[in-house]
Design a protein around this ligand. Sequence first.
Ligand SMILES: [Zn+2]
Length: 261
Amino acid sequence: MKFNRRIEQLAWPAVQAAAALRGSTLVLPIGAVEQHGPHLPLGTDFLFAEAVVDQVLERLPTQLPVWRLPAQNYGFSPEHLDFPGTVSLPAEAMLTNLKAVAAMAAKAGFQRLVLFNGHGGQIGLLQVAAREIQQQNPHLAVLPWFLWSGPAGVLEVIAEPERSQGLHAARLETSLMLALYPELVGPIPAAEELPKPPGGLSLEGAVPTAWNTHWISNNGVVGNPCGANAAEGKVLLELLVQGWCELFQVLLQSNWPQIPE
Ligand SMILES: [Zn+2]
């Protein structure tokens, strides 16, 4: 099947022409291969990143200069390594891979590289990668974006306390998977009690801890997937796709960021 915006389906002269357009932008979907509880597939994070990028690219006006790279499926997931199936690349390998992709983008003449990430455990690493890549390729803008932050109103679909405590394979991800690939979802497990950090400390957020999943969960879920449903997932999907569509349009119709000559 042919997709006009997939770089791997183009021959090099077409890539050269694409890169030469004003504001030319490449999007690299990045995920992880890691346990997502007893009910969601290992590929959850890259399946989401790819699905949202593809739907966004389908909706964007065809004249906008944006193309998709093949997804990077393996990610950085050391916190999930105690569960079978999880593959975690060393942080150094992630940086090396991303720098190789960015070197191509810069050399071909692309002006922007969006790292479109579906895995919350590698946000910090991708921010590091983006800054190093930027230093090494002074005329390439790098945007380390995270699937679940950006579009307004997405997390608000989920009620508290699950909104703040549902960190992994919980209601948010289970509902979205039910909307996208219901055939990949197994029986939804009962919630496990999360340990309460003392005082103002937290797992994620303001005063975080580098947690290991098996400290806080027996089945790999962090949060409460009960009540997840496809209708809620469809609402989430539309908010994500529409929200990212708007943000991509803002980026692609602007000259942000302005890099001095
Ligand atoms: Zn996930």
